[in-house]
Design a protein around this ligand. Structure first.
Ligand code: SF4
Length: 343
């Protein structure tokens, strides 16, 4: 790293999350069956940066976000936040650090306590982390936060059930922002909302980021939204990183066949880009309980060769600031066989 490059706020190295399936053992050889939710993921994140994490349902995006925040304890690897490894921090110290690290969930109405008023919900982190704060000051902070997220302060006495999905997500954002965190993990924050509301919530997040300089991890299966929100994008498949690149590099020239397939499914304004050789993603992702050897994408990859079945490709630096895990990334897409669309 050069002397002028600031150290990343967050450095994730070889992060692994395996879950044991309760009560289920392998028939032969014994041992518990394990879900390989996250398998050796590494990335970093700078101040004020938004990193998108994309991939199909079940690829490990949410587990990765939760493991970064230590809401699930990783099986292996490290998560360095401002040079402290969260994975080895004692619970007491971790609790202190947690005020800097917040999360917004997909479904706001199920993530808000229905028995508390929304004012109490937003005030709760202040009660926990700043117990000495006078009640009046807390109420003032909550009212100000309501205004910042586009809600009226007089709404604080209402209950979550009285809010629309978009309003409830604004309450979730207010709760996440009330402690002035430095990192927020947005786990599919708009996918439960009407399309007309999605843009409003995305713009709110961008405005808050501009005002506060907060860093974001933005998890989504919607690549159009990721393109709008993020500076860099990490593409995941079966718990592993397939490609990590600047947004424009990834969307303009994806190197990994899986990235190409995902991006080909994003509607574009320019029909010229919908060229015939763009691959279509066929079949289903293999089970993360017993992931295949070699390249995890080989069973669906239109470019697979025998080596892909036997040898896992390393995540290679391509020399232009991106990383890709594919034996054939150097070959232009048009020079290798492509999967064709089924009639
Ligand atoms: Fe496809 Fe092989 Fe590359 Fe995997 S390593 S993405 S199977 S070409």
């Amino acid at each position: 790293m050069s002397a002028t490059t600031p150290a990343p706020l967050l450095e994730v190295h070889d992060l692994t999350v395996h879950y044991a399936l309760p009560g289920r053992s392998r028939f032969l050889g014994g041992g518990k069956l394990r879900v390989h939710a996250v398998d050796g993921v590494s990335f970093d994140l700078g101040e004020g940066e938004t990193l998108g994490i994309v991939g199909e349902t079940g690829c490990g995006k949410s587990s990765l976000g939760r493991a970064v925040l230590q809401l699930v304890r990783p099986t292996a690897g490290s998560v360095r936040w401002r040079n402290r490894d969260l994975c080895t921090l004692p619970e007491g110290e971790l609790r202190e650090v947690r005020r800097e690290l917040q999360i917004i969930f997909q479904d706001p109405l199920s993530s808000l306590n229905p028995r508390m008023t929304v004012g109490e919900i937003v005030a709760e982190p202040l009660r926990l982390h700043q117990p000495g704060m006078p009640a009046e000051e807390r109420q003032r902070a909550v009212a100000e936060m309501f205004t910042r997220v586009g809600l009226r302060p007089d709404m604080t006495s209402r209950y979550p059930s009285e809010f629309s999905g978009g309003q409830a997500q604004r309450v979730s954002i207010a709760r996440a922002m009330i402690l002035a965190p430095r990192l927020i993990v947005c786990d599919e924050p708009v996918s439960a909302l009407d399309v007309s509301i999605q843009a409003q919530v995305c713009n709110l997040l961008r405005d808050l980021q501009r005002e506060t300089g907060i860093s974001m991890i933005f998890i989504s299966h919607d690549l159009a939204i990721v393109r709008y929100m993020c500076q860099r994008v990490l593409v995941m498949y079966l718990g592993q990183v397939m490609e990590l690149a600047d947004r424009d590099a990834l969307f303009d020239r994806p190197l990994h066949p899986y990235s190409r397939a995902l991006i080909s499914a994003v509607p574009r304004a320019d029909p010229q880009h919908l060229v015939a050789e763009i691959p279509v993603l066929d079949g289903e992702m293999p089970s993360p309980i017993d992931p295949p050897g070699g390249c995890p994408f080989h069973s669906r990859c239109p470019q697979a060769i025998p080596r892909c079945i036997s040898t896992r490709p390393p995540l290679e630096d391509t020399g232009d600031g991106r990383k890709v895990a594919c034996h054939r990334w150097r070959e232009p897409p048009g020079s290798v066989p492509q999967m064709t669309r089924q009639p």
